[in-house]
Ligand binder design. Structure first.
Ligand code: T4K
Length: 366
């Protein structure tokens, strides 16, 4: 089993050429404009609109994904009641619901996609339900048609947490609102950043207002807004990364295929097949003990830091423990899943070595 000299993390951010970033910085210096919807942020906004094929009136940029999601609820008028979501996600999904003033209600996931199940969500609907927040986990698409049926039948809003799903055209405009995270651990990033894409263009004015304290002039403040603005350096990073999107996607696919080939014929390591942008490489093991052995073995013997996204479940954390519901599928899969390293600069020989070590660790304990 190979031990790497340098740690191999679950991900590393793509970094554009430093000279290109410096060139952009020279422009920011000349503008003397660093934040508050400056020229770079406006350019990034338009570039995203063109890339995603979404009118410029139907999106808004923010400082990060968590604040974007929080403000999506505020713009939709959701500040109380219940919001149904999955326990198999990053804490930010539920934090945003609570910080908006609503109560998260957890429902189980689909065993094939690991995304919220529309059937389980439907069972959790009550007269207090205001919205459903499905998460396209790892870039696996949720059952968008299933959730639209719930929206139509029960008059609830569908807000997708699409933090992992940038670069998947079919998910760009799903639901009432979709939130994309541009954190550096993501396939595409802007150092930190978040994007909302919404069906109703009238939300834009409200979102622009909320992200800038809800002030309109020196003498006017109309609501309790916040500071969720993307700054010019973030926008510059985003613009430079966006130019490389086709290459970023292609490289993830190559890495994913290399893992798939290496695990072919090894039923004890099942690569989850649905991630459309290959943002993550989640694998399932037969049981908790094997997953833990591989996770610890990679770290201790190989210097490889895989991550157990998403373990524990949100309802295992104190802020959400009182909201625990029966979610047997999520409980089982969370104890068996491991996400393996994938990022633009990860070499294929490194992927092969990680995969060989995993196969070896499983053989050793059989
Ligand atoms: N919804 C979902 C479903 C999400 O997954 C997330 C974020 C959100 C909402 C919220 O979006 P944001 O507000 O973040 O835009 C990471 C990220 O911090 C978090 O953004 C992400 N999800 C979550 C899944 O993963 P950690 O605690 O695993 O991050 P950390 O710092 O351990 O980073 C992982 C590895 O990445 C490190 O071991 C090394 C590498 N790394 C990280 C950073 C930040 C780098 O090489 N360079 C870097 O700059 O949470």
């Amino acid at each position: 089993m190979k031990r790497f000299d340098q740690p191999i993390y679950v991900t590393r951010p793509y970094l554009p050429a430093l000279e290109d970033f410096q060139k952009g910085c020279a422009e920011i210096w000349a503008n003397q404009w660093l934040s508050n919807n400056g020229p770079m942020a406006r350019r990034f906004h338009d570039a995203l609109s063109a890339y995603m094929g979404v009118p410029a009136t139907n999106l808004a940029l923010f400082a990060n994904g968590t604040l974007s999601l929080e403000l999506a609820f505020a713009a939709l008028g959701i500040s109380s009641g219940e919001v149904i979501t999955t326990p198999f996600t990053f804490v930010a999904t539920a934090h945003a619901i609570v910080r908006a003033g609503a109560t998260p209600v957890f429902a189980d996931i689909d065993p094939n996609t690991l995304c919220l199940s529309p059937e389980a969500a439907e069972r959790a609907i009550t007269p207090r339900t205001r919205a459903i927040v499905p998460v396209h986990v790892y870039g696996n698409p949720c059952d968008v048609a299933g959730f639209q049926r719930l929206a139509d039948q029960y008059s609830v809003k569908i807000v997708y947490d699409a933090a992992h799903a940038f670069g998947i055209p079919s998910l760009a405009t799903a639901g009432d609102v979709s939130m994309f995270s541009f954190h550096p651990t993501k396939l595409f990033h802007s150092a930190e950043g978040g994007l909302l894409v919404f069906r109703d263009p009238s939300l834009q004015e409200r979102l622009f207002e909320l992200r800038n304290f809800a002030i309109h002039s020196e003498t006017e403040c109309t609501a309790v807004g916040t500071n969720a603005k993307m700054n010019e350096f973030q926008a510059l990073m985003g613009l430079l990364c966006l130019e490389r999107m086709p290459a970023l996607l292609a490289r993830r696919r190559e890495i994913h295929d290399a893992y798939a080939a290496a695990f072919d014929g090894h039923p004890s390591v099942r690569l989850l097949p649905h991630s459309l942008n290959r943002a993550y490489v989640p694998v399932l093991f037969p049981d908790f003990a094997t997953r833990e052995r591989v996770y610890n073995g990679l770290r201790d013997q190989c210097n490889v830091f895989a991550r157990r996204y998403f373990y524990p479940l949100l309802t295992d954390f104190p802020p959400y423990a009182a909201s625990r519901t029966s979610c047997p599928v999520a409980e089982d899969l969370s104890r068996r899943v491991l996400t393996l390293p994938t990022y633009h600069s990860l070499s294929l020989p490194t992927v092969h070595s990680i995969a060989r070590s995993i196969v070896q660790m499983i053989k050793d304990c059989q």
